[in-house]
Write a protein that binds this ligand. Structure first.
Ligand code: CA
Length: 250
């Protein structure tokens, strides 16, 4: 008799400078064996965006590989994000060259049968299930909030000079209120975590087309980033794709 396979999500990631920017302020990281995946998109300061996103990915990822995360993932993640926020603020305080730096965050914590999505800012999480793409996060941005209030149309939002204004991010306020949602997963679900460099260049129909091509996650991640660059590549582009395994523990 074969031993049951360990529960292990499959993941692939791709990042690109894009075609305009001089540096990549996006950062990502994951540990599939701990079921944790994260994308951050840095902003502000001279070199600050890059520092803020990398610091945050590293600190949160490290914390999510501890025994505490295995016991209480939700609480550990909340503490890790709060600590990363404090660390980014302190670092910016000490180094005037980094003043004003911050970063968005979107993360996925997978456990057999469930997913915990946390985010702050306009990096997004999508779910690809049964041939359909569903956006799981709404942006913490000025235009997205106005659209949800009904005071701005999608067309107005796309033309707005304020479309880059983020209303929640790591390193911009003394306390960070990340948004957290828990959902049930199904075997074969694919989650996409991405920065706005993807979503501003590639519409959801095109993203769904790419994800519908086949099961090769690495090829899909590469194709999504290529599509953003072909559409202009005006920003750094990052995507992480994660597939929920068949649950062998039940
Ligand atoms: Ca960006």
């Amino acid at each position: 008799m074969n031993a049951p396979k360990p529960w292990l999500p499959e993941a692939a990631a791709q990042t690109s400078l894009g075609r305009v920017r001089g540096s990549n302020e996006d950062a990502f990281g994951y540990r599939a064996d701990h079921g944790f995946f994260i994308v951050c998109d840095g902003m502000g300061g001279a070199a600050g965006g890059e520092v803020a996103s990398r610091m945050t990915v590293q600190a949160v990822l490290e914390r999510m590989c501890t025994g505490a995360a295995a016991t209480d993932g939700r609480e550990t993640l909340h503490a890790a994000i709060a600590d990363a926020n404090r660390a980014v603020l302190e670092r910016a305080d000490r180094d005037p060259g980094l003043y004003g730096m911050g970063t968005t965050l979107v993360s996925l914590l997978l456990r057999p049968g469930s997913a915990l999505i946390a985010h702050a800012g306009d990096s997004r999480c999508y779910l690809w299930r049964s041939g359909k793409l569903e956006r799981k996060t709404h942006d913490h941005s000025l235009v997205d909030e106005q659209m949800r209030l009904g005071t701005m149309t999608r067309e107005e939002a796309e033309r707005s000079p304020f479309r880059s204004v983020i209303t929640r991010a790591i390193g911009t306020q003394q306390t960070i209120n990340e948004e957290v949602q828990e959902m049930k997963t199904e075997p074969g679900d694919v989650f996409l975590l991405c920065s706005d460099g993807l979503t501003r260049e590639v519409d959801e129909e095109e993203m769904a087309r790419v994800l519908g091509v086949g099961d090769d996650l690495q090829a899909a991640a590469k194709r999504l980033v290529e599509a953003a660059n072909e559409a202009g590549g005006r920003d750094n582009v990052t995507c992480v794709l994660v597939r929920v395994p068949v649950d062998t523990s039940v």
